[in-house]
Write a protein that binds this ligand. Structure first.
Ligand SMILES: *Cc1c(COP(=O)(O)O)cnc(C)c1O
Length: 321
């Protein structure tokens, strides 16, 4: 591999940078869920992270590492939502200019939040335009730094701090389920797990309609699919990252998939039983744990909720289905 793969030390360094800046999110349990699963389930609630998702961790870690000249020139990113807000908020905290490419059909709340943090937003068509190329070109033209949403050592190391906190709080686990799009959260979590809980099985979970990482994992090389149609809008990535895939191949045990109907069931459970609003993508992890419950009996199981950003009208519409 040409690039240097991040290690657990990078996750620890990220945790130090995020100290006092990111929230240490709560780990919750539900006795209803534990009874249903006949297991002990620890839910790491990144829906309560700043800007509403774990992405703040990776975004801030990547920007905080830039030198003064780079900070002054500013950052470019692209995202359908949460990475946009993460970069916009991190840039504001670090006093940096930010330009973010967002799809024309991005959730209105995510667009408003990104602009609210002071970033300049440029629209693109998510089904026909290559946002990564647009962002990389703008960064080059203006001498700014392009921070991609997942395939970046500092981004994924930052994302790994959520799982690090989980293990530090509850100790070792038998299994950990992680929501999966491009693999930043999963690969960072795997680095934390292998150091803090070496026997823990690590599972990535993606939507059934977009199982590119499952296909890639089984074939041993990255598979690209058309942008999948699913309610899990944080996991509509057509292909896993190059760096994240190297780590996933090395440390992850398997990739599970769940349907949109299963995600809605979990959204309802979180709302009704735990009084939490969780976005569809954030429900991937628990949906897969429930699906695998027969093999998890008697175990200590970790589940990372990745985010809680969803328009209330959309939330109500999905729960009415
Ligand atoms: C970005 C995101 C994901 C996927 O994360 P990756 O690091 O791309 O795998 C999952 N859930 C939410 C809420 C997200 O914002």
């Amino acid at each position: 591999m040409a690039h240097h793969l991040p290690s657990f030390t990078d996750v620890l360094n990220a945790a130090e940078r995020l100290q006092g800046i990111a929230h240490k999110t709560p780990v919750l349990q539900s006795s209803t869920l534990n009874a249903q699963m006949q297991a002990e389930v620890f839910i790491k609630c990144e829906n309560f992270q700043r800007m509403g998702a774990f992405k703040f961790r990776g975004g801030y870690n990547a920007l905080a590492k830039l030198n003064a000249t780079q900070k002054q020139a500013g950052v470019v990113a692209y995202s359908s939502g949460n990475h946009a807000q993460a970069i916009a908020l991190s840039a504001r905290i670090l006093n940096m200019p930010a330009t973010i490419f967002m799809p024309h059909d991005a959730a209105p709340s995510k667009l408003a939040a990104t602009q609210g943090y002071g970033a300049q937003v440029i629209g693109y068509d998510r089904y026909s335009e290559d946002a990564s190329a647009l962002a990389a070109k703008l960064a080059q033209d203006r001498g700014m730094t392009f921070i991609p949403p997942f395939d970046h050592p500092d981004v994924l190391a930052g994302q790994g701090t959520a799982a690090l906190e989980l293990f530090e709080e509850v100790g070792e686990l038998d299994a950990l389920f992680v929501c999966l799009g491009g693999g930043g959260l999963l690969s960072g979590s795997a680095l934390a797990a292998k150091a803090k809980s070496p026997h823990c099985k690590i599972y990535g979970v993606e939507p059934e309609a977009g199982n590119d990482v499952q296909q890639s994992f089984r074939q041993g090389e990255r598979v690209k699919i058309p942008t999948p149609i699913t309610i899990a809008d944080g996991a509509q990535t057509p292909m896993v990252g190059a760096i994240t895939f190297e780590l996933i191949k090395q440390w992850v045990d398997d990739i599970h998939t769940v349907s949109d109907a299963q995600l809605i069931e979990v959204m309802r459970f979180y709302a009704e039983r735990m009084k939490m609003i969780v976005e569809p993508t954030g429900c991937l992890s628990l949906a897969a744990a429930l699906q695998a419950r027969d093999s998890l009996k008697g175990q200590r199981v970790g589940v990372i909720i990745s985010g809680g950003n969803i328009d209330l009208a959309r939330f109500a519409q999905l729960l009415a289905l």
